[in-house]
Design a protein around this ligand. Sequence first.
Ligand code: FES
Length: 152
Amino acid sequence: EYLEIEPIINGQAMRMKIDPRTSLADLLREQLGLTGTKIGCNQGACGACTVHLDGMRVNSCLTLAIQTDGLEVTTIEGLGTENEFHPVQGAFMMHDGFQCGYCTSGQIMSAVMVLKENHAATTEEIQEWMSGNICRCGAYKGIVAAVEAARD
Ligand code: FES
């Protein structure tokens, strides 16, 4: 049985009927076409699917779409525009905070929140608070440099 939910996605109030088993990641990617959010492990271990839910970062693969009813969801598409990047997006570009780019949306969504929550005072603190976002290419040096640049 489908349930009706009313999330606010990237600032836009929506109403939709969904299968209650649908993950937030699948809702975003398959039903809304917001494919900037990536699925890596699909079990909460890699962080590729990180989005913001009411000001907190969540793994959208482990979040049920119905949990977003009445709440604000922000994805990478809601962060900057093609003409104007969010400062953290700009910092990732400046400092090569990626290689293949697959994990980048999740890295940036995490970084925005880590900075907002002031968990980026030192390199070690950044590494610790960004540790839920895995980069298979090992672009960690650039990622940390980008977070530091966006902080300063
Ligand atoms: Fe969600 Fe890996 S795809 S944590």
